[in-house]
Write a protein that binds this ligand. Structure first.
Ligand code: HH2
Length: 287
C-alpha cells in the first residue's frame, strides 16, 4: 500500500518509511533554541547539518508558538526567513515553512519552499488559495485557542474524538478550497491547548487520527509534557523525546518534527522496523 504526500515537485511515499522533519527556528524566543540560529549563515549551516544527520525536510519558523507567545508581524517573519529560502532550496533541501500567514507563505513558496506547516490549519483566508496555487504540501495542525491563551485551563470531554473531528472538518474544508487531498498531512498539535493528560491520551490513541487516512505528523521534541514526566529541563529532554517519537511512529505517525535529528532518525527507524515486523505477523495470522 502507498501513502503519498505530494509537496510541489516532491513525492514522498510515507508507507515506505517515516520522515524526520528537522526544526530550524530563526526566532529570538523559541522555547528551546531561541536566538541560536538568527544569523543566516549559521541557520543555513544548521539546516545542512540536520540534513546530513538524516532529516528528510527542514521546517523553518520565524514565529515562536510557545505558550504565551504573541503573533509576529508578517514583515518581521519574512525579514528572518527571506534570506534562507533560496539558498536552502538550491542545496536540494525540502523546505517547510512554519507560518500561519499567507503574506509569508506566498513569497516563501515563490522562493522555492515546498510545504506550509500551518499551526492554525488554514485560518488565514488567503492561505488555502496560496497553498493550492503552488501545489505545496500542507500540515493542518489542531490547536485550541491561540498560543497567547491556549494553556489557560484547556478542557475537552473527549480529547481524541474532538481533535479527530476538528481535523476531519479542516481536511474537508481544505479540499473544498482547492487543496488536493494528497498534499495534506494532519497533526494533533501536541502541547497546543492541551494538558499533560490530553497529550498522553492523544499519543496513546494516535490510531484514531491515523485512521483519517492522511499522513500524521507529531511534534513532541523537548516539549513541556516530557519535562513534566521526566522532571528534566528543556535542554535535557532528548531521551524523553526520542522515546515518545518512537512510540508515535510505532502507532502510525509518519512524520516526526524534531530538534534532535540524528537520535530521532535512529530511534524512529527502529520503531518502524518493529512496526513492520508486527504487520507481517498480522498478515500471516497465527501459526
Ligand atoms: N510545535 C511547535 C511549532 N510548530 N508545528 C507542527 N505541525 N506541530 C507541532 O507540534 C509544532 C509545530 C513548537 O515547537 P518549537 O518550534 O520548537 O518552538 P517555538 O514554537 O517556541 O518556536
Amino acid at each position: 500500500m502507498q501513502l503519498i504526500w505530494r509537496c510541489r515537485d516532491r513525492k514522498f511515499d510515507l508507507e515506505a518509511r517515516p520522515l524526520v522533519m528537522g526544526i530550524l527556528n530563526v526566532t529570538p524566543d523559541s522555547f528551546s533554541d531561541g536566538g541560536r540560529h538568527l544569523d543566516p549563515h549559521e541557520a543555513i549551516a544548521h539546516a545542512k547539518r540536520m540534513t546530513a544527520a538524516g532529516a528528510d525536510l527542514i521546517d523553518v519558523g520565524a514565529e515562536s508558538t510557545r505558550p504565551g507567545a504573541r503573533p509576529v508581524p508578517a514583515e518581521v517573519q519574512w525579514r528572518r526567513l527571506g534570506p534562507l529560502i533560496a539558498p536552502l532550496a538550491a542545496e536540494g533541501i525540502t523546505l517547510s515553512i512554519d507560518t500561519a500567514s499567507a503574506e509569508v507563505a506566498a513569497p516563501a513558496l515563490a522562493a522555492g519552499a515546498h510545504v506550509i506547516n500551518d499551526v492554525t490549519a488554514l485560518s488565514d483566508p488567503g492561505m488555502s488559495s496560496c497553498v493550492a496555487r503552488a501545489g505545496a504540501g500542507v500540515v493542518l495542525m489542531h490547536m485550541r485557542g491561540t498560543p497567547a491563551t491556549m494553556q489557560h485551563d484547556p478542557r475537552y470531554e473527549d480529547v481524541v474524538g474532538e481533535v479527530r473531528g476538528w481535523l476531519a472538518e479542516r481536511f474537508d474544508r481544505a479540499r473544498d478550497s482547492g487543496v488536493d487531498a494528497e498534499r495534506i498531512a494532519l497533526d494533533p498539535g501536541i502541547g497546543f491547548g492541551k494538558t499533560v493528560a490530553h497529550n498522553l491520551e492523544l499519543l496513546a490513541r494516535l490510531e484514531a487520527i491515523v485512521s483519517l487516512g492522511r499522513p500524521v505528523l507529531v511534534g513532541v521534541s523537548r516539549k513541556g509534557f516530557i519535562g513534566a514526566i521526566t522532571g528534566r529541563p528543556v535542554d535535557q529532554r532528548l531521551n524523553g523525546g526520542i522515546a515518545t517519537a518512537s512510540v508515535a511512529v510505532f502507532l502510525g505517525a509518519r512524520i516526526v518534527r524534531t530538534h534532535d535529528v540524528r537520535a530521532t532518525r535512529e530511534a524512529v527507524d527502529l520503531a518502524e522496523a518493529i512496526r513492520r515486523a508486527g504487520a507481517r505477523e498480522a498478515t500471516l495470522g497465527p501459526a
